[in-house]
Design a binder for this molecule. Structure first.
Ligand SMILES: [Ca+2]
Length: 491
């Protein structure tokens, strides 16, 4: 059917397509338009394209410039960093070189110092040994005090290494030059600060022993004696602040007048050591056997010492029953109403006869209790007691211990009643005496402080009453509060 329609449609004639425009046929108009417009379009497109390319090129150039700038900046940064790094590296190298040079110099100095110090020690040991051999191991006073002591002081001043100081002390100890009881050298002023005397072994190991060493007067600040067995040693008058005696064995060690501030004796066996006059401020005295010592029950080892808590202990009265009411039986010394009657004396005092008695003070007396007196007699009457001072032998031997004698006395005029103290040696040989008397109606306490003879081992105290011829009890001698005690060391 369609084929039929197409077949039936008449063919287009030439004239039929030429519609007229502006007086021109349509075909001619299109032809003209296409002739003019096409090149224009092409030209325009070309211009636009060209413009676009130009812009692109501009952008690219700008980008290139930017990149180049960035590159330059990076190069500059890199160069800077490299320069800084190079500088730092060189600086480091120079510093390392300097440090190395310094270390080497220090090492050289150390080596030189070591050689010098070894030389000092070996010269000292050689010369001292030669001196000992020359003197047949028995140095006289001049050799000890004018040759050896100055030499020792010089050596210790020159040595700065605590280990070498320890070696020298070992040598002196083994050469028996600083052994207690063997006329040891005076170590006063020898500086042993920080020297390590500690033992690597157990304290009961034989190798821990350092017995009988005398360091009297030495400076042993912060020195260590940990685990050392230093029994029978003498640290009298040492300057030993901060010294460490932890877990050491200190039987029979003397610390008279030593400065032991903040020293530690923790777990040390020091119960038989003596600390009279020492400064123990802040010291740790928690001993092995005793715990913290009972200073009040047994003040003896600490008389005159400043205790860790700052207290200072007075010595005990060595006279038994020096106060009359303590030995009185038969009546009440404080109840004068029932009086007068005479008390009996318990046997702390030895009575030569039965004349010496105790009596209560009168109503008008300031003093209370009882006093010693004597019954009327034609002869001198006396009571006495002997005091064993052997426990004090070391402190007496030290020679700087001061004892105080005291008695309250009132005697009639022109009598010779007195408290009489006589000291004697081990064999009871009398060495000297001291008497306290007072011819004063009012009575007063008489005292005297002396350091007694170094051989003193016994003290006899006598209360001597002169016969009271007028037989009047108001004219009698009275004595009371008799005391004898260690009060201080060196005045
Ligand atoms: Ca009394």
């Amino acid at each position: 059917m369609i084929r039929n329609v197409l077949r039936d449609k008449p063919p287009l004639s030439r004239d039929s397509c030429c519609v007229r425009f502006f007086g021109l046929e349509k075909c001619s108009f299109l032809s003209i338009i296409s002739t003019i417009l096409l090149p224009s379009i092409i030209a325009a497109a070309t211009i636009i394209l060209s413009e676009h390319q130009s812009n692109l090129a501009q952008k690219n150039r700008e980008k290139d410039i930017d990149l180049a700038r960035q590159q330059r900046e990076q190069d500059f940064d890199l160069a800077n960093r490299t320069r800084v790094q190079t500088h730092e590296l060189e600086e480091n190298r120079r510093r390392q070189d300097r440090e190395l040079a310094n270390e080497m110099r220090v090492q050289d100095l150390l080596i030189a110092n070591n050689i010098r110090q070894d030389g000092i020690v070996s010269t000292f040991i050689r010369e001292t040994s030669e001196l000992l051999i020359r003197q047949n191991f028995s140095l006289d006073f001049y050799n000890r005090m004018m040759v050896l002591r100055p030499k020792i002081l010089t050596v210790f001043r020159q040595l700065d290494d605590p280990k070498r100081k320890y070696f020298v002390i070992q040598f002196l100890h083994e050469s028996r030059l600083i052994v207690t009881g063997k006329n040891p050298l005076d170590m006063t002023g020898v500086d042993l600060t920080g020297v390590d005397f500690s033992s690597p072994f157990r304290r009961d190991d034989r190798r821990s022993r350092m017995w009988h060493i005398s360091l009297v007067g030495a400076i042993i600040v912060n020195a260590s004696f940990v685990s050392r067995d230093i029994r029978h040693c003498n640290f009298t008058e040492t300057f030993a602040d901060g010294a460490n005696f932890t877990a050491s064995i200190l039987f029979d060690v003397l610390f008279y007048q030593a400065s032991l501030r903040s020293a530690t004796f923790f777990n040390a066996g020091f119960s038989t050591s003596e600390f009279m006059g020492a400064d123990l401020t802040g010291a740790d005295l928690r001993g092995l056997y005793t715990g913290i010592p009972d200073f009040d029950r047994d003040p003896f080892p600490f008389i005159g010492a400043i205790l860790p808590d700052g207290r200072k202990l007075k010595g005990q009265n060595l006279i038994v029953a020096g106060n009359a009411e303590k030995v009185t039986t038969g009546f009440d010394c404080f109840n004068f109403e029932r009086k007068p009657s005479l008390g009996d004396i318990l046997p702390f005092w030895i009575r030569e006869n039965d004349k010496v008695i105790t009596m209560p003070y009168g109503m008008d007396e300031v003093r209370k209790g009882c006093y010693f007196t004597a019954k009327p007699s034609q002869n001198f009457s006396r009571i006495y007691q002997l005091i064993d001072m052997k426990r004090y032998s070391k402190i007496i031997q030290y020679g700087e211990a001061y004892f105080k004698f005291q008695a309250y006395i009132r005697s009639p005029r022109n009598t010779r009643s007195c408290a009489f103290f006589e000291y004697m040696d081990e064999k009871h040989v009398r060495l000297g005496n001291l008497s306290l008397s007072n011819e004063n109606k009012n009575g007063s306490t008489q005292t005297d402080v002396i350091h007694i003879h170094q051989s003193t081992r016994y003290m006899e105290v006598q209360l001597i009453f002169e016969p009271n011829h007028n037989n009047s009890l108001t004219q009698i001698t009275m004595m009371d509060d008799i005391e004898f005690r260690l009060v201080s060391l060196r005045g």
